[in-house]
Design a protein around this ligand. Structure first.
Ligand code: ADP
Ligand code: NA
Length: 330
């Protein structure tokens, strides 16, 4: 393969992905399968750090995979698999745990934020070593590139440090991955609180557009999205965050430029914009909903696709793990 290898994962922590997940991550994955040797995984081991209900975790893992296929990931053009189907992730994570400083792990700001939110008595060692498992996810595939948003930068730095440390200590074993900055990734804001990002953990239901929710609810949410008291449809994220967010979503889903949109809505009101955007979003989610249902209605086929992905993943990860084990004396 002459193409650079890329690895990215997404957590199965909700019944549905939201529009921010799609426009900020999944859509780029669909593009990257054309340019990269792409490995994508539903990281169910990571999801365990929030102590989910077992049946719910299992269902969400399947629904996540179904949505990813439905959104355009093609098993012929990328490797999509479930993290726990590939035992090498947990195995390499242990080796890397033994290379990671306690203080080093403690400096991860996401850990500090999340453990503060969970409370000290509910915070697990799993949450603490989560970034090390993430490093294993990446290094197992000798990934050249990892798509990263701002919030994941520190974790990728740790991955790079661990790869370099391992290579220096035991001999060259891992590719040191570089961040893959996706240029036109849209940051999608909460519909009710447009100063904040749309987020499954932080947004209220009305602030969130879920790919799998009933389309009449999506229409209602967009129509009741928070805008400011002005009337003009201009792109001004600082002062008109709500309208700007609607324009961002509109542009991202149609491929039209913001300038084109603001020109087209010159003299029109927020109501017109919301009505049209609702149509755009519904037309976008409908086929994804249909295809997701198709995958979920045929569990045997979904299992088969995930088994194929898991096997392709293991053909790479087992070789890397064997080499790493051998290097450290196991
Ligand atoms: P959440 O913030 O809803 O918990 P995750 O942290 O699981 O979502 O993010 C999964 C992926 O979706 C990440 O790549 C993240 O950068 C992307 N993402 C999440 N929310 C948004 C958003 N509002 N806008 C753009 N991308 C987002
Ligand atoms: Na998050």
């Amino acid at each position: 393969e002459a193409r650079p290898r890329v690895l990215s994962g997404i957590q199965p922590t909700a019944d549905s992905f939201h529009l921010g997940n799609y426009l900020g991550a999944v859509r780029n994955w669909v593009t990257m399968q054309e340019t990269h040797d792409a490995f994508f995984c539903v990281v169910d081991l990571h999801a365990l750090t929030v102590g989910p209900d077992p049946a719910q975790l299992r269902a969400r893992t399947r629904a996540s995979a179904a949505q990813l296929f439905a959104a355009g990931l093609d098993p012929e053009r990328c490797t999509l698999f479930v993290q726990s189907h590939v035992p090498e992730h947990a195995q390499l994570a242990w080796v890397l745990n033994c290379l990671t400083g306690f203080g080093e792990a403690g400096r991860m700001t996401q850990f500090k934020d999340k453990s503060l939110k969970q409370g000290a008595d509910r915070t697990t060692v799993g949450l603490f070593t989560y970034p090390v498992l993430q490093a294993a996810d990446i290094l197992l595939y000798q990934a050249d590139a990892v798509p990263v948003g701002e919030d994941q930068r520190q974790h990728l730095e740790l991955t790079r440090d661990l790869a370099q440390r391992f290579n220096t200590t035991y001999g060259r074993t891992f590719t040191v991955p570089a961040p893959h900055i996706v240029r036109d990734t849209a940051k999608i804001a909460d519909l009710q609180d447009p100063g904040a990002k749309m987020s499954k953990s932080a947004s209220t239901p009305n602030g969130l557009i879920e790919l799998l929710e009933p389309t009449n609810r999506i229409v209602k949410k967009i129509k009741s999205a928070v805008t400011d008291t002005g009337r003009e449809i201009v792109y001004d994220p600082e002062n008109k965050a709500g309208v700007s967010n609607l324009l961002t979503i509109y542009a991202a889903l149609t491929g039209r430029t913001i300038d084109d949109l603001t020109a087209a809505y010159d003299g029109k009101g927020y109501g017109d914009l919301k009505k049209d955007l609702a149509e755009v979003v519904v037309a976008f989610v409908e086929p994804i909903q249909q295809r997701t249902r198709m995958y979920l209605d045929d569990p045997a086929q979904l299992d088969k696709l995930l088994a194929i992905g898991g096997e392709k993943a293991r053909s790479v990860s087992s070789r890397t793990l064997a080499r790493a084990y051998e290097r450290v004396g196991l």
